[in-house]
Design a protein around this ligand. Structure first.
Ligand code: ATP
Length: 239
């Protein structure tokens, strides 16, 4: 089977600054792939270029058999192709209710009954969101907002979920819950590309991992191999 996502020598940046200097990676169907690296290594920029928010300056991104770079596919179209992002800092709509946030996640869809069914599914997975469905998103706790951001991304029925720092700023027991959700989604068949500062948790949940340093992939391997690599342990696992 061909990879679900294939990134080849991706280059991207902001204004005169190039941030990504030729990133190559793949995600196979059914995989959780982790991208780890220090602040500023280019992890967020990589996700943003995949979802079409930041334009690629070079290289190729092929997702589900479609070349996203050649046609300069815009972000809203990328969502339709099945690639959804839960952004860093969650970026939920604070004045919209929980329910409205979920409906916004389904903006590409016209099947009202399907959307309703998927909202029910999201409430099944995150019961707290059902309880709070009529409250403003901005009133939720950080962990609840993260759940909402993930649930909202799922509303487009993606084939690949891009998660940017889902554990950022959350209490340890909430982090455990979020990672359990990621594992459960994957069990149900979802492919995930996960960006994390929390390298240990990310590599524990992932099948494979990539290490980014200043816009380049410096290591990639099975997640358990990376977890046991002395260089990774010293640089990213605080040992
Ligand atoms: P972090 O965990 O801090 O988000 P990261 O690995 O995701 O780190 P990026 O956010 O991709 O790194 O940032 C890579 C580089 O690009 C950094 O030097 C950053 O300052 C720069 N950068 C990020 N966003 C912008 C922007 N909107 N305009 C200009 N420079 C940016």
């Amino acid at each position: 089977m061909p990879p679900l996502l294939s990134v080849d020598k991706l280059e991207a940046g902001y204004g005169p600054i190039n941030v990504l200097h030729g990133i190559s990676l793949t995600v196979e169907p059914g995989e959780i792939v982790a991208m780890i690296g220090a602040n500023g290594a280019g992890k967020t920029t990589t996700l943003m270029s995949l979802s079409g928010v930041v334009k690629a300056r070079g290289g190729r991104v092929v997702f589900d058999g479609r070349d996203l770079t050649a046609a300069k596919v815009p972000a809203h179209q990328v969502v339709r192709f099945g690639l959804a992002q839960s952004p860093e800092g969650r970026k939920i709509f604070p004045r919209l209710t929980v329910l409205e946030n979920l409906q916004m996640g389904a903006f590409t869809r016209t099947d009202a009954d399907g959307v309703k069914a998927d909202i029910e599914k999201a409430f099944g997975m995150f019961p707290i969101l059902r309880e709070r469905q009529h409250q403003a998103g901005g009133l939720l706790s950080g962990g609840q907002q993260q759940m909402l951001a993930i649930a909202r991304a799922l509303m487009s029925r993606p084939k690949l979920l891009l998660l940017d720092e889902p554990s950022l700023g959350l209490a340890p027991q909430i982090v455990v819950q979020i990672f359990e959700v990621i594992r459960e989604l994957n069990r149900q068949g979802m492919s995930v590309l996960l960006v994390e500062q929390n390298a240990r948790m990310a590599l524990k949940v992932a099948h494979r991992g990539y290490v980014l340093e200043t816009g380049r992939v410096t290591m990639s391997d099975r997640a358990d191999v990376l977890l046991n690599d002395p260089r990774i342990r010293a640089a990213y696992l605080g040992e």
